[in-house]
Design a binder for this molecule. Structure first.
Ligand code: SF4
Length: 604
């Protein structure tokens, strides 16, 4: 490999100090940025590191190197990340994050701090930043929940303007009204600290506090307040889901994994999963090893958020491991460790993150079929062996049923042709109320109706979300004729045990096997589809009755609300400003609607 003379001369002048270096081509364009504890050693390493496609390209195109000396390696790490973000060198792998997801900030630089959703970077010392939150709807619910527990002002601007009378939000009891002196600065500061405590992961404290407050309210016969607190307690469970049983402590952890051009971070706070964030890589990610992609994921992710946990679990050591730990510990102002678990609860968490990413990549390949065609074909061949079929299953359908305490019972079937979703084959079934609390009966009813509507063709595999009871119900409903033609398979949650056909043959696939990931992805798609149908039915039902009850809201406004928000749940969590975005709805009517849902919540 011929390396230009000017490049060799340029490298020979580098100092033995920590810093950041940039390789430049003959036009002065930056091709690659790196950091080093010792610049000359690192750059000489580049010269000898041949045989790797990216290095060959780098040495072939570069004519000189520039560097900036830093005091420490950690300083170099921060500068390197910033320069890569700004200059976007083509041979560096980057994470595509900027402006993608919102964060939650507390404006501690204001006398009466606010909780605000933001996409802009700000000073982390003045405004502690949590997130990112990929689901903005859930984020709005979280904001409402936090403000219901520990109210802060809701108006924008650096300071609330001092008044003799609070705005409507204050009058409705939705703001402690610091503008009128309705709350002392000490009490207000305590509310801020409570919100920070919950956002830092102390959900258990929030639960205990709500329980105590509810008890106090009912002992003093303030049943309205007790009802409001009970509602808050029930909402608390909706922020996150339990971590696996192997995790018994309440240490805050993030699990980070990388596969192909995607990275994932799963947040565990106070013993619960609270969020999953997936981010794609830009640039020539294929040329970068996994350890480098992982390092880029961690640097980019944690440079944006102040929510840094004590432990970060990864599947292999990232590049710059020790300087990353030092940098993260300085940002957290406390120790941080990066671990690669081989067994135990942390390993279980890691497996979950990897499975989640695998399933996500499958779903992605369904959107862009050419991307994962070979993988899908190999998976179908694998399934043919596992289920003892004559050939790869060209047509797979999957059924799931849904109901909430017997209301709005529905079932749905999704269809996959040659491994890809075939939306024209998706089917939805409304279920009679009398079997609404009987999952196997709902499965049986939908299977029967589905098979009766088939014409010449029939699926190769009929996947059923459930265990042995659901499988038996489906087989009984299908009858011997269909049971001989179609391979009925149930897939049970948690254990992911497969039961196949009338013999109920047990199949246990490794948790990380591609065929199991594929079947789970199909099951999740059925789950998503049935849930969507269920929510539609529920929203239509509840929307009709709920909106009818709001005084002064006519049919035209009802239709506008329905078209804009799509469901009663969404209207219930919408802010006044969001309701005002609908043409024809002014502030007073928006407040009226918002107030109505606020009272509904309290009375629940
Ligand atoms: S009552 Fe209204 S104006 Fe006063 S602090 Fe609260 S939101 Fe701002």
């Amino acid at each position: 490999m011929a390396v230009s003379r000017s490049l060799k001369e340029s490298i020979a002048r580098a100092p033995s100090l920590p810093g950041v270096y940039s390789f430049l081509n003959k036009d002065g364009t930056v091709l690659y940025i790196g950091k080093a504890k010792n610049l000359i050693n690192r750059l000489r390493g580049h010269l000898s590191n041949t045989g790797d496609a990216r290095h060959e390209l780098l040495l072939d195109k570069s004519v000189s190197v520039e560097w900036t000396i830093t005091r420490t390696e950690v300083e170099a790490l921060v500068l390197e990340a910033e320069l890569i973000r700004i200059r976007k060198p083509p041979l560096n792998v980057r994470l595509r994050t900027s402006g993608r997801y919102p964060y939650l900030e507390i404006t501690l630089d204001e006398t009466y701090p606010r909780l605000q959703i933001s996409r802009e970077r700000s000073n982390p010392k003045e405004r502690p930043r949590f997130g990112p939150y990929p689901d903005s709807r859930n984020l709005r619910k979280l904001v409402e929940f936090l403000l219901d527990i520990s109210p802060l002002r809701r108006c924008s601007g650096k300071e609330p303007q001092s008044k003799s009378r609070s705005c409507l939000l204050g009058q409705m009891g939705r703001c402690p009204a610091p503008c009128t002196g309705g709350i002392s600065s000490g009490e207000y500061g305590a509310n801020v600290q409570e919100i920070l405590r919950i956002l830092r992961g102390d959900w258990e404290w929030a639960r205990k506090r709500l329980e105590q407050m509810m008890l106090n309210a009912s002992q003093s016969t303030d049943y309205e307040e007790a009802g409001r607190l009970r509602d808050l307690l029930s909402r608390l469970g909706s922020f996150g889901w339990p971590a696996p049983a192997g995790i018994r402590d309440r240490i805050n952890r993030d699990i980070a994994a990388v596969k192909e051009n995607w990275g994932i971070i799963m947040r565990v706070r106070g013993g619960r999963f609270t969020c999953i964030v997936r981010m794609p890589f830009d640039g020539r990610w294929k040329l970068a090893p996994l350890s480098e992609r992982l390092s880029v994921l961690l640097k980019s992710y944690y440079s944006q958020t102040g929510d840094i946990p004590r432990e970060i679990i990864v599947h292999e050591k990232p590049d710059d491991d020790s300087s990353l730990v030092e940098w993260l510990s300085s940002r957290r102002i406390g120790p941080v460790r990066i671990t690669v678990p081989k067994r135990g609860g942390n390993h279980e968490l890691l497996e979950l993150a990897q499975i989640n990413l695998d399933q996500f990549l499958f779903r992605l390949s369904w959107k862009y079929p050419s991307a994962g065609k070979e993988k899908v074909e190999a998976t179908l061949e694998g399934l043919a062996d596992i289920f003892k079929l004559e050939g790869p299953p060209g047509w797979i359908v999957c059924i799931d049923a849904s109901t909430i305490q017997g209301s709005w019972p529905v079932a749905a079937i999704v269809s996959f042709r040659d491994g890809y979703p075939d939306k024209s084959g998706y089917r939805r079934f409304s279920m009679p109320e009398e079997i609404s609390r009987n999952d196997p009966a709902m499965i049986a009813s939908a299977v029967k109706r589905y098979l009766a509507a088939l014409e010449d063709e029939y699926p190769d595999v009929f996947l059923i979300d459930g265990g042995i009871t659901q499988l038996r119900a489906a087989l009984t409903a299908a009858g011997m004729l269909w049971a001989e033609r179609i391979c009925f398979v149930s897939i049970a949650k948690k254990e992911e045990l497969l039961l196949c056909g009338t013999s109920e043959r047990e199949i246990r696939l490794p948790m990380d096997s591609t065929p199991l990931t594929f079947l789970r992805s199909i099951r999740d798609e059925a789950h998503r589809f049935v849930l969507h149908y269920h929510q539609q039915k529920r929203s239509r039902g509840s929307l009709r009755s709920v909106l009818d009850d709001i005084p002064g809201i006519g049919s035209a406004t009802r239709i506008r609300l329905l078209t804009h928000f799509g469901s009663a749940d969404r209207i219930a969590v919408a802010t006044i400003e969001e309701i005002m975005e609908i043409p024809g709805i002014g502030r007073s009517r928006a407040i009226q609607i918002n107030d109505y849902f606020g009272r509904q919540k309290k009375s629940r």
